[in-house]
Design a protein around this ligand. Structure first.
Ligand SMILES: O=C(O)CCC(=O)C(=O)O
Ligand SMILES: [Fe+2]
Length: 202
């Protein structure tokens, strides 16, 4: 199955076993804003929250800020996130992502990595409201961070640098067989905002 055959030439397929990955170094936006301008607006216009997580029985804050926007309620890591309506900028980015991928999305999770100490633990985006083989489109602005995929059964790791303005699409059986995450950086690193567009089945 190739969901994106019509879009080859726009998105590059990254060969990976047990799943599908597509990449575009720079997603063109209708307004042609550059990444720095988009980052500044996302930082200012998003209602960022520090979510609590329970790790080894202890309450602590997630090592990043996040926000959930769109048309659907979502349960994520044991939290229920009440959505706020898409902002005009999010809608512009969503439209560009839909154009590039040929897929539709009704929700977005935004993550703000304030510096190199912020991170995202390894997980699969496999909540049942995403359906069996979800298509998740991830757009990044700001300093590049390394996106790491680890196979659940095989000793395989794939690393991708997600730079300013890039689009990564995860699809097929990927979430069944791989976990992904963002580690802390050893060297100083500036802010990065990542938007993961999802289609929540309602
Ligand atoms: O920041 C990233 O690139 C990863 C985000 C992610 O995995 C998620 O939001 O589920
Ligand atoms: Fe994820």
């Amino acid at each position: 199955m190739d969901l994106f055959s019509e879009h080859s030439g726009v998105l590059d397929a990254i060969t990976i076993e047990d799943g599908e990955l597509y990449f575009m170094p720079r997603l063109p936006l209708p307004s042609q804003q550059d990444g720095a301008a988009v980052l500044e607006r996302l930082l200012a216009e998003t209602a960022w929250r520090a979510e609590a997580i329970t790790l080894w029985g202890k309450q602590m804050l997630q090592p990043r800020l996040s926000a959930w926007y769109g048309d659907a309620r979502y349960r994520y890591s044991g939290m229920t996130l009440e959505p706020q309506p898409f902002t005009p900028l999010q809608l512009e980015i969503k439209q560009a992502v839909e154009q590039a991928s040929g897929q539709r999305f009704n929700s977005v999770l935004l993550n703000y990595y304030r510096d190199g100490q912020d991170s995202m633990g390894f997980h699969s985006d496999d909540e049942k409201e995403l359906g069996r083989n979800p298509v998740i489109a991830s757009v990044s602005f700001g300093d590049p961070r390394t996106f790491i995929l680890k196979h659940k059964r095989l000793p395989k790791t794939v690393k991708l640098a997600l730079g300013d303005g890039s689009l990564l699409v995860m699809a097929g059986a990927l979430q069944h067989h791989w976990r992904h995450g963002i580690n802390k950086e050893k060297t100083a690193c500036g802010p990065r905002v990542n938007l993961t567009f999802r289609q929540i089945l309602v």
